[in-house]
Design a protein around this ligand. Sequence first.
Ligand code: GLA
Length: 661
Amino acid sequence: MTARSITDRLGGLAFGGDYNPEQWDEPVWKEDDELMRRARVNLATLGVFSWALLEPEEGRYDFSWLDAHIERLHAGGVAVDLATPTASPPPWFTLAHPDALPVAPDGTRLIHGSRDTYCLTAPAYRSAARRIASALAERYGDHPALALWHVHNEYGTLCWCDHTAAAFRVWLRARHGSLEALNAAWGTAFWSQRYTSWEQVLPPRATQWHKNPGQALDFHRFWSDEIIAAYREQRDAIRVHSDRPVTTNLMLPAYQNVDLWAFARELDVVTSDQYPSAPGLDAAADAAFHADRTRSLAGQRPWLLMEQGTSTVYDGDQILAKEPGDILRHTLGHIARGSEGALFFQWRQSRAGAETWHSAMVPHAGPDSRIFREVMQTGEAVARLGELAGSTVTASVAVLDDPDAWWALGVDGLPSSHLDYHASLVRAHRALWDAHATVDFAHPGQELSRYRLVIAPALFLLSDAGAENLRRYVAGGGTLLVQHASGYVDDRMHARLGGYPAGPLREALGIRVEEYRPLRTDQRITLSDGSHGTVWSESLRCEGAQTLAAYTHGMLTGSPALTRHRFGTGQGWYLSTRLDDADYGSLIGRLLKETGIEPELPGQPPGVEAVTRHAADGRHWHFLINHRTDAVPLPGPAHDLLTGALAHEIPPGGCVVLRRP
Ligand code: GLA
């Protein structure tokens, strides 16, 4: 089962969103039917937060209200993405099973009144979740309206309770085999942390000072496996009764609680949610980052944008509005990068409750509003793109992404708290996006030879196998850029001895890092080529590499900062500081040039996105998204799928989609 099975059922790309009709009444439902028709909605996600209605008391289910909504949607030609409601247990569940409430690292037990208030390791929660998933599947598993199963919502809530402690120990025994091995892995010889029985081993709860880094890393891995297991249980319960594809909406925010590579492998269709944290061009770049990452998680297969906001930008403590035209531009930014449609959270803006101020397809102002007009325009555009269902995107550049490396940069006691994993990935992607390159993300252990350029912005942790894979990639003709503080620890969080990074990578890069020298927060250094660095510097030695730029300050004066090494038939580049944005952009531009990577549609000015989707039969579609305030001429007049007419230019803030040949 693939995303294709959804588009086949819908007869085109998906358009719609989370639909929570239980917040409204009959007259509003009637209006919803009419407005969905006008907006060309063909898929609605039902039931994400409906547990309290579906199971008003333990073991007693009430499906009558849901039956009615499903029939109503079906009659209107809207297919259903049916959720299991397990992300928000009702109050009765809490009172019946207080041991299933989550406990924070400091021991505080949380209580209902919000959402996601459960511990995934609690047996009572897990069996209640399986039961309701199974009951839903039994009732609706072969309903003709059903296009997709949506298990849970944005898995990722962690807990430090006693159930978790017990499950963590089971996981640790399986991973390490013996207490001896666990002690060795966690380096418990230091600070007198040696464990002499399994009962002494705990989750990393609130401690007096630094937590053990190996324990912290293993706790993340444990939780990732636990979350995936919880998903699998519901998925398998559903599969007993239904042959429709099953997914869960992945969340790709600036933290990571799941190994998304592993999780994505369990999903019939990879789906994800995207909410930018800055407006304007940054929001468009964020959509591209998100879409490229989700497509990569999906193994370059089509995927589906499960949620975005019509006008929600989470900027710290405020919700900013999107600009006119952003709904279409962001939607096409995702579809251009492989999404088989675009869904929103949520259909109708809540009148009450915790997300009253989160934007929606039908805002508080009602359908006579800019937002709803743009939703209709976007629905119309998506409806015109049905022919490209199943096509995908190919990239020549990959940015390396490994959850272990992310978690490793989150442990206590690192030499700098300014080694930000997520920000480093965003930065690498942004520099490539600005250069009009189409980007994949890749795991350092995966086959990389299809990429001409690979960038490793933040591999602080790198396993032996990963290091060997990168060595092989360069030897076989690839060009690799490794950035500062990479390959410092192995997959047990043990420091690499004899110089960083890990041995095989040192060989490929032709360097040896002898000493890390974080920079003061106000320090900005100049390199010999005039570029500037902050955050980090390193004392390194060339062992075969050539110095392209050297440090010019303090004891590092004259020593290499940026190097290149010809190795096998490829090149290993190493950058040992964090370059300023403009300098980093120039370096990325230089690497793209050296590797002969051209934009798919050369000649686009800054602020115009150009991405191509390719079908197996050779047809392809160019998406051109203009974030500028001026019109951008096309190389020649071309038929635009969005208007059905000949286009000569991309209008200011507008988009065109061109079919080739
Ligand atoms: C997430 C959730 C939704 C909603 C939105 C709001 O993506 O899945 O339920 O809370 O965030 O941004």
